[in-house]
Design a protein. Structure first.
Length: 391
């Protein structure tokens, strides 16, 4: 027996199906974790169902590959039906995962395709004497289910042309289409005489399910990143929230010789909000936040303290805090329709993040009450403006 003959025989099918089952078990584990962790239970329940059906079909393929095993001839038709139904479900799930934010995906067409699959299976049994299906020959006089599987694949390919889907998803559909064409060519044209076609029919499913695994894995990673980002970043401005900003500032103080906290407050923001509306005000807040983030990039971090109050924590080992603060003030004045009052403190006044923020806030308040649109260093403030605790 040659290597090609060994690969394209029952052992090859066993290797192919075993590889696919390992991939599917990994997908099943991720699906269960998603089901437990997130609220979209129905989608993940469908994904678990589809993977379970595919695993069942792969087990049937292994069983059908060994002539010595006693199996009812209806097993081949059952295998085909499982393949089509699981293919419909898993494509619905991936389309739901990747397009639900931007498109309303209707489940009715998918349900109709699955119902039609069941009906066609019954018709196939009625049209085809079961005695013509044996463990070594799957040739059917009228291959209704096989043709329908090709049609379903083409329908889904055409239906997703306008959807913004992942490239791997389209690649998986094309590979599945090639798998079906290869399988039909082997069964109805070459009847197992071409080893390269048999080899393709064993290798392509591994590639197909590997692509599905990567799609699901990428989705899990995106959700993890999204969950992590939402826990540390303010949703409107994109800056760190107060809790995470404090952590970043503490880390910077430990690493740097000198650190400054820059406290910014947009002038007359409430008036802008009342006169031009929340949408305009939010747009201004985002723009100011971008400026602060850009100016602190590479030397520190930016955060949102609350409302229109924004913070930057920068290392002053190589830059002067007053220059960074003035650059923020100047850019806000020139690039937006608002101005900003700024105060800053340094680790010369305190090493505690909370205290540094309080002192920078006092310096900002001094800027606010003495003309606005200016920068004040806490150390330059008159003693009469400082709280008793600071004197």
């Amino acid at each position: 027996m040659t290597i090609i003959q060994w690969i394209t025989g029952p052992n090859g099918q066993l290797f192919s199906s075993s590889s696919v089952i390992v991939i599917l078990i990994l997908m099943l584990f991720m699906s269960i974790k998603l089901y437990v962790s997130y609220r979209n239970k129905q989608t993940y329940r469908l994904l678990i169902t589809a993977i379970a059906l595919i695993i069942a079909r792969q087990c049937l393929l292994v069983a059908l590959a060994f002539p010595g095993w006693t199996l009812g001839p209806w097993m081949y038709l059952l295998s085909n039906m499982l393949q089509i139904i699981s293919f419909i479900i898993i494509n619905f799930v991936f389309m739901k995962l990747y397009t639900y934010r931007s498109a309303q995906l209707r489940i009715v067409p998918f349900i109709l395709m699955m119902v039609l699959t069941t009906i066609l299976t019954v018709i196939q049994i009625a049209l085809t004497p079961l005695s013509t299906i044996t463990a070594t020959s799957y040739v059917i006089t009228f291959p209704l289910l096989d043709v329908y599987c090709i049609i379903v694949t083409l329908i889904i390919l055409l239906a997703t042309r306008s959807a913004d889907m992942n490239t791997k998803y389209y690649a998986s559909l094309i590979i599945f289409f090639v798998i079906e064409i290869t399988r039909m060519a082997d069964a109805y044209v070459f009847q197992g005489s071409q080893h390269w076609i048999l080899l393709l029919s064993l290798v392509l499913p591994i590639i197909y399910f590997s692509l599905l695994f990567m799609l699901l894995f990428e989705w899990v990673i995106e959700r993890l990143i999204s969950t992590y980002q939402s826990s540390i970043v303010d949703g409107l401005t994109g800056l760190y929230n107060r809790r995470h900003f404090n952590l970043k500032a503490e880390g910077l103080i430990m690493r740097s010789k000198s650190v400054a906290i820059i406290f910014c407050d947009i002038d007359n923001f409430k008036r802008l909000n009342d006169s031009q509306g929340h949408q305009v005000a939010d747009g201004i807040l985002k723009k100011v936040s971008e400026i602060i983030k850009e100016e602190s990039s590479g030397i520190g971090s930016a955060g949102r303290y609350g409302g229109e109050e924004l913070l930057a924590c920068i290392s002053t080992d190589r830059v002067k805090p007053e220059l960074v603060a003035e650059s923020i003030r100047s850019r806000v004045e020139n690039e937006t329709v608002v101005t900003i009052s700024i105060g800053f403190s340094t680790t010369k006044e305190s090493k505690a993040v909370g205290e540094l923020i309080r002192l920078a806030d006092e310096a900002m308040y001094f800027s606010k009450t003495t003309g606005k649109n200016r920068v004040t260093a806490y150390k330059t403030m008159p003693s009469s403006y400082k709280t008793k605790k600071d004197i």
